[in-house]
Ligand binder design. Sequence first.
Ligand SMILES: [Fe+2]
Ligand SMILES: [Fe+2]
Length: 194
Amino acid sequence: MDINAIQEIIREKYPEKLLSHSLGVEYMARRLAAAYGVDEEKAAVAALLHDYGKIYSRQDQLQIAIDHQIAEEILLQEPVLLHGPVGSWLLQHELGIDDQEILDAVRLHTTGSDCMALMSAIIYLADYIEPGRKTKGVPKLRELAFQDLQQTLLEAVDSTIRYTLEKQGILHPDSVLFRNKLLSLLKKKESGVA
Ligand SMILES: [Fe+2]
Ligand SMILES: [Fe+2]
């Protein structure tokens, strides 16, 4: 499926706010992909579709996840996290997308993971720093993202974890593992080991 077909699908299916967010993530993902040597077109597809699961109601997402055994128990308890894995399943089964890099990026964008490919990391970050995000501290990260990807990811995941704790949401262990992995990579870099 080419990018034009995907543009058409999302213009038809996405509500306005989701559409403008997704176009913002595409813009940022393309720039990051170009900066870090990742396939730009693939990053654009993953970005445009990363929130595809959200076109379904939370109740429907939950039903899809249960019916097809897509998600572990903890994800079923936290609807905010569920649209990643459900979206990835829908891309495969509704749109026929079979590119594993794209499917992984969509699946992991709500939690992060300690074994994320560069493509997934770029989508995770682009989602956080797209131009429409008004969150405090994001403008600084938009610049830092092109200087130090790991440090920017760490700040993005730290801030997401903080937000989850503040609203007493369920913290997925993969977010913690992701955070710790970034921290240890950065510490090694600092000490000159890696
Ligand atoms: Fe999302
Ligand atoms: Fe998003």
